[in-house]
Design a binder for this molecule. Structure first.
Ligand code: SAH
Length: 500
């Protein structure tokens, strides 16, 4: 039997891109993932579809699984020969009970690893523009738990902390905030010492509250600060006004739904997140090569008859590469045929396979692709490999130039509807939905049901055809100047600054 193991993985403080590369690899190879709250959706999306997911946290089940039971779950699953990933917020060994979870495993000789995570104690201040140390004002950092056992006073040596003159970071301290500040004041810390409490740090809903030691409890009460939040006390907090970069990102907190197919959503979502957006992936279409596809097979077998090979999406390129792979061939089977791509995304897919487009139209749509091909004055035939329901704009343009072509449908678009409830809850004013093709518009509307009220959202469309499709469903639209991801993102950012 396969030997099981447990990998404790620190999931980082909230921003999914702060997961380590080693942590991501572990999640991707897991048979079982045991997780609790403070682990975000984008990290869950990395869990392999077939892996078992066990929630031992509070938020969704409304009760905590006792620690010894969690320990037993880890042990049992590992003894079944499984690769068990135990996902924890921040770093597992910093107030994460990671040590306790390993004890039982060690006793039973189960192998384990610990993959450190980026801790909220350092990353949350960093995202609020607070460097936890600075040569000009402190020479140590202290991380303290503010957790109180029911009915017991805080077990913190305040005089010792004040004497260090270092930066103090309290985790789990929101409900004891008043007592913490009082303790520090009573131990002699200056009342005007800069202090901060930062809620949901590193996430799109991050909220930093700046004050002084004496005013922090009152300010936090007025601002209704809730857990998870960390408290920072020390001169370094004053840097926040100057260095608060995250809260000034152009899309900070903006809700954006990304509708691309899962395998292509990655970069768009990541780039929007890096601009501060609160991204939800809603891959409501999937592309599948049509199998078998005798028309494409025959055309590829006779590729010498064509002068141009034309792609209107990366999926067309993938379908062709699939066919070559299935029939034990590679790109050399394509010979000297010239390649046309509708835009840079499709060209990028070609380049992944060692090819590059000879022609990309100035405007990335079917009509301009057709016109550009006409201008290239082909003497031979054109082969188009594209979706089942491709637009006529391309073939109309070729007809106009009396160019001979074969238009072959090599993949189909299927509509899917994952997590529709979550998405329905996001159809509120200000939410942006990105559409990168007409089919994503249809997929989105059909996933939610045509009678769903989408009047509050803005459809950010990559091009004219996508926009036309969005107008069919009466969506309010903004449209990229060129049909590229860069231009789409740019348009969203411009929209955001003009709406504010
Ligand atoms: N092991 C975790 C800490 C677990 S204790 C780590 O290394 O980050 C849980 C406490 O961490 C919370 O009560 C809160 O004080 C802090 N915390 C975790 N994530 C946070 C976030 N995104 N924003 C603010 N505080 C956070």
């Amino acid at each position: 039997m396969k030997k099981g193991q447990v990998i404790l993985v620190g999931a980082g403080p909230g921003d999914p891109d702060l997961l380590t590369i080693k942590g991501r690899k572990a999640i991707e190879s897991a048979d079982v993932v045991v997780y609790d709250r403070l682990v975000g959706q984008a990290i869950f999306d990395l869990i392999p579809p077939g892996a078992e997911r066990i929630n031992v946290g509070k938020e969704s089940s409304h009760h905590t699984v006792p620690q010894d039971q969690i320990n037993r779950i880890l042990l049992e699953k590992a003894l079944e020969g499984k690769c068990v990933v135990r996902l924890k917020g921040g770093d597992p060994f910093l107030f994460g009970r990671g040590g306790e979870e390993l004890e039982l495993l060690a006793e039973h000789g189960v192998s384990f690893q610990e993959i450190p995570g980026i801790t909220s104690a350092i990353a949350v201040p960093a995202y609020a523009g607070i460097p936890v140390t600075h040569r000009d004002c402190c020479s140590s950092l202290h991380i303290i738990t503010g957790h109180q056992r029911a009915g017991k006073p805080l077990n913190i040596n305040f005089p010792a902390l004040v004497q260090t003159r270092g930066t103090l970071v309290f985790l789990m301290g929101v409900s004891a905030l008043e007592e913490i500040c009082r303790g520090l004041l009573d131990a002699g810390m200056e009342p005007d010492m800069p202090a901060a409490v930062i809620e949901r740090g590193t996430t799109p809903s991050q909220r930093p509250v700046l004050a002084t030691l004496s005013t922090l409890p009152e300010t936090a009460r007025t601002e209704q600060v809730k857990s998870p939040a960390i408290i920072v006390v020390g001169k370094v907090c004053a840097y926040s006004r100057q260095f608060d970069w995250f809260d000034h990102l152009p899309l900070k907190g903006k809700k954006v739904i990304v509708t691309r197919p899962r395998e292509r959503a990655g970069t768009l979502s990541e780039r929007l997140r890096a601009l501060g957006a609160d991204v939800t992936e809603f891959p409501c279409i999937e592309t599948h090569p049509l199998l078998p596809c005798p028309a494409m097979e025959q055309a590829v077998d006779n590729i010498g008859r064509y002068e141009w090979l034309v792609f209107t999406s990366p999926a067309g390129v993938s379908a062709l590469m699939d066919l070559l792979e299935r029939t034990d061939r590679d790109v050399r089977a394509l010979g000297p045929v010239k390649l046309a791509a509708i835009g840079p995304g499709t060209d990028r897919e070609l380049r992944r396979h060692g090819l590059r487009a000879d022609l990309i139209p100035e405007v990335y749509d079917g009509e301009h692709l057709g016109q550009a091909l006409c201008r290239a004055k082909p003497t031979g035939k054109v082969l188009i490999l594209r979706a089942q329901w491709g637009t006529r704009a391309l073939t109309d343009a070729l007809d106009g130039g009396t160019i001979a072509y074969d238009d072959i449908r090599c993949y189909e678009t299927r509509y899917t509807a994952p997590n529709t409830d979550r998405v329905r809850g996001l159809l509120t004013p200000g939410t942006i939905v990105t559409f990168t093709s007409a089919s994503t518009v249809t997929g989105f509307v059909s996933a939610l049901g045509e009678d769903t009220d989408c009047s509050a959202i803005t459809a950010a469309c990559i091009g004219k055809q996508t926009e036309a499709q969005a107008h069919k469903y009466n969506l309010h639209t903004i449209t990229a100047e060129h049909a590229t991801m860069d231009a789409l993102i740019q348009r969203i950012v411009e929209g955001e600054s003009s709406w504010n």
